[in-house]
Structures are given as structure tokens and as C-alpha cells.
Design a protein around this ligand. Structure first.
Ligand SMILES: [Mn+2]
Length: 314
């Protein structure tokens, strides 16, 4: 796929979710203008259940049309809330120097803070069990397995708050019981290291890993790599837009002007080297320790998980 620059990366709009900060796609219009491509890095809409899938489909079209009306081509990457929005689970930019993926792959339970974590972990385990060793170390296969696990939720009964109080009820529900908040903070703290390990194992040439998913925006320098989380259009999370041009990336805050979202304060700028020709793995130590985090065929894998899934035996 050829992506034209300048390109804007956003994530986790969660359009259609009761707590989404986007009530009308038109609020995003000004953000899109001036870009050749807008890359939606997952969880753009809510299409997990059969009931909301049809609705979500027309919302995707609406967002896509809005991009086109501003002269930008929309490109969608799957997230765990919209696992069937696209055929892409990740993108490699600049010859692999930049890895873009939603980030649900970072956790065995995909969303270990969620109410469906136990079900998700079990399903993911069962999917991984059916895969051979080669497949387990292949990035596309692993992303595909995680996506399968998300899709399985569709058959699982879920109930979201509905009606006028939905937003408030959702916030209360998400922050109850109180220790859940602490666990979420724990996952936030683990994320940069996990993203680094993901790159080390599956994308050793990637200097930058761009994710969303955890709803915690920020930039981290972690073990020779830079991890950028674009946050979410939800309360508390913070939200960033990444502007990608030839040879560089600029991270900006997303601000509001009136009711519309715009690119705000510049937080960082990175010069990005194209690795199409020179593939040099990013290494900090001479003999990097390979973490078992994403390696279910290693016995240590069990101890790196979040507590639900059983040990995979090979
Ligand atoms: Mn997500």
C-alpha cells in the first residue's frame, strides 16, 4: 500500500461509545484537512456486537467520506473494538523504521483491564495452542490470532449502559471496583516495555512503535526505542496526533477550537531514517535478553501474563 505524505495518525476515537469525546464526526473535519492520508490506528468505531456492527459500518463510511471531502485518503487499522474494519492489523513505515499497530497484542488478555479479560485470555490461549512454533513467531500470524480473539467476543454476552445516563454510568462502571483503577495504572506502566519487547521480537528494525489502545497518551524512550501512544478520544486519556512527513515525525497535542478538534502544541519531533536499504536491528545490549512476554512456546511465558490464561505446553 502506498501512503502519501503528509500523513496524520490518530487512534481510539471510539465513535459510538457512550463516553467518546466525538459526538459528531464533523468535529474531526479540521484535523483531517491538509493531509494526504489519515491513518486510524484502531478502535475508530464500536463494532464488537452484531447489534452495533451495522451502525458502526455507516459511521466508518461517514468518517471516511469526511476525510475524502478534505482531500485525505482514510486508512484504517484494526483495533480490538473494530476487529473487522480493515484487512490491516499493522503497518510498517519507512522500510520498517516505524511500526504502527493498535496495541492490543501487547497483552495476552488484549484488554486485561476489561470485564471480558478472563474470557479473552482463555480464547486467545486456545487460538495460540492450535498454532505451530513458526506461526507463533510470525508477527502477522500473531496479530491475526489476537484479532480472532477479539472477534470471538461478538458471541459473548456483553451489556453496555444505554440511554441518557450512559456516559456517567460508563465512567462509574469503568472505575469500579477502586483497585481496578490501580490495575489500569499498572498496565499503563508496563506498556512501553511491552512495546519495546514486541519490536525486539517481531520488528527488530523498528526504532519507533506507534500505538493507542491503553488510553494513555505519551512518548517514552525505552531500551533504544521510542514508543508513542496517541491516547484516545475518551475522558482522562489525553490525545495526540502524529504528523508523518518525508523523513520526520511530529507529535502534537490534539486541542479544541470551539466544538472542533485541531492540532495543537508540538510535543516532539523525530528525524526518521528509512530502513528499506540498511536493515540494522536496534540493539542496546550486545546480547539482548529475549523476554518471554510474547513467546508462548517458552515455559517462562506463563509468569509474564496477567494471571488468567493457563500455561501453553509444547
Ligand atoms: Mn483498544
Amino acid at each position: 500500500m502506498k501512503l502519501d505524505f503528509p500523513l496524520l495518525i490518530l487512534s481510539d476515537i471510539h465513535f459510538g461509545h457512550p463516553a467518546s469525546a466525538v459526538r459528531d464526526p464533523e468535529q474531526l473535519e479540521s484535523l483531517f484537512s491538509g493531509f494526504e492520508t489519515v491513518l486510524f490506528n484502531g478502535d475508530t468505531v464500536e463494532m464488537l456486537t452484531q447489534q452495533n456492527r451495522e451502525n458502526a459500518q455507516s459511521q466508518v463510511e461517514e468518517i471516511g467520506q469526511l476525510c475524502l471531502s478534505q482531500g485525505a485518503k482514510p486508512v484504517f487499522i484494526n483495533g480490538n473494538h473494530d476487529p473487522v474494519i480493515s484487512s490491516a492489523n499493522h503497518l510498517d513505515l519507512f522500510g520498517g523504521s516505524v511500526l504502527v499497530t493498535h496495541g492490543d497484542i501487547l497483552f495476552h488478555e488484549l484488554a486485561p483491564w476489561g470485564r471480558e479479560a478472563a474470557f479473552m485470555g482463555e480464547t486467545h490461549t486456545n487460538i495460540l495452542k492450535k498454532m505451530c512454533r513458526e506461526a507463533l513467531t510470525d508477527f502477522d500470524e500473531r496479530l491475526f490470532a489476537a484479532r480472532e480473539a477479539s472477534i470471538s467476543l461478538e458471541m459473548h454476552e456483553m451489556n453496555y449502559p444505554q440511554g441518557k445516563m450512559a456516559k456517567l454510568l460508563t465512567i462509574l462502571r469503568e472505575s469500579w471496583p477502586p483497585w481496578r483503577v490501580l490495575r489500569i495504572v499498572k498496565y499503563w506502566m508496563q506498556t512501553p516495555h511491552r512495546a519495546t519487547m514486541l519490536a525486539q521480537i517481531f520488528r527488530p528494525f523498528a526504532k519507533y512503535v506507534l500505538i493507542g489502545h491503553t488510553h494513555y497518551a505519551g512518548i517514552w524512550e525505552s531500551e533504544g526505542r521510542t514508543i508513542i501512544n496517541t491516547g484516545a478520544f475518551l475522558p482522562v486519556s489525553g490525545r495526540l496526533g502524529i504528523v508523518v512527513e518525508q523523513g520526520k515525525m511530529i507529535v502534537r497535542k490534539i486541542a479544541m477550537r470551539g466544538k472542533k478538534y485541531v492540532l495543537g502544541k508540538k510535543l516532539a519531533e523525530f528525524t526518521v531514517e528509512d530502513r528499506t536499504e540498511a536493515k540494522t536491528p536496534i540493539m542496546v545490549d550486545e546480547k539482548p535478553e529475549i523476554s518471554p512476554i510474547f513467546m508462548p512456546h517458552l515455559p517462562e511465558y506463563a509468569s509474564t501474563k496477567n494471571g488468567y490464561a493457563e500455561v501453553l505446553e509444547y
